[in-house]
Design a protein around this ligand. Structure first.
Ligand SMILES: [Zn+2]
Length: 226
């Protein structure tokens, strides 16, 4: 067996845990980290600072299972924070990193470490999310997780946004998203909802303006003379 100078067994690899929201990605990551802990391997867990949903210094799944994690602003920061004897590295919410997370994962795996990266593979429009395609291409091992479609109960691979909002990043949980199968996934739903909401707001405004032109009991426009 080949060993590095610092004594780490040189069998590093990149593992990616991917899937839609509510598919148990973080639970799967926490399971792997717990196994490493039981095996008395030295481990560290990181996550991007953007994910502040439940806990600032922990990876937290939707069912609130938590594990201590270090927040980082960039992927490069992980390279500086990894301790020399760390053997297993968990990184959650990888979709929020820039593409250099792929270089960071490669560098860590090349140095003999087991790197486990969890992240959403597609966004709310069903498009590949951030650096996940690169990570999946570079991975030695891939675990695809499935949620349950809330409409039909089939295995779900898509994240349906159920509120009207723009932008790829809208942090949230069950109030903003649902798991859906391909058949019941509607990538235009959120846009349509947003447009109908703004149309409603516009018509409310128009009605308010109409009211301002309303006349009083003497036929005089309200707001002009009264
Ligand atoms: Zn379905």
């Amino acid at each position: 067996m080949a060993w590095l100078n610092n004594g780490i067994l040189r069998n590093g690899q990149i593992e990616v845990i991917c899937g839609c929201m509510f598919s148990g990605k973080t639970e799967a990551l926490i399971t792997q980290i717990r196994r490493a802990q039981i095996a008395r391997l030295r481990f560290q867990v990181f996550k991007p600072v953007v994910d502040t949903r439940y806990a600032l210094d922990a990876v937290a799944s939707h069912d609130r299972t938590e594990f201590p994690a270090t927040n980082v602003k960039t992927a490069q920061e992980i390279l500086h924070l990894v301790e020399p004897f760390t053997e297993v590295i968990g990184i959650d919410e990888c979709q929020f990193f820039t593409n250099d997370i792929a270089d960071v994962a490669t560098a860590l795996a090349t140095s003999g470490r087991r790197v486990i990266l969890a992240g959403l593979d597609t966004d709310w429009q069903g498009q590949p999310f951030g650096p996940m395609p690169q990570l999946l291409a570079l991975a030695d091992v891939i675990h695809k997780q499935y949620a349950i479609c809330v409409v039909c109960g089939a295995p779900a691979t898509r994240t349906q946004r159920i509120v009207g909002a723009n932008g790829q990043f809208l942090l949230g949980s069950t109030e903003s998203y649902e798991a859906r199968c391909r058949k019941h996934f509607d990538p235009t739903f959120s846009e349509r909802l947003k447009h109908s909401a703004s149309r409603l707001a516009a018509s409310n405004e128009a009605m308010a303006q109409d009211n301002s032109l309303a006349t009083d009991a003497f036929g005089r426009p309200i707001g002009e003379f009264s």
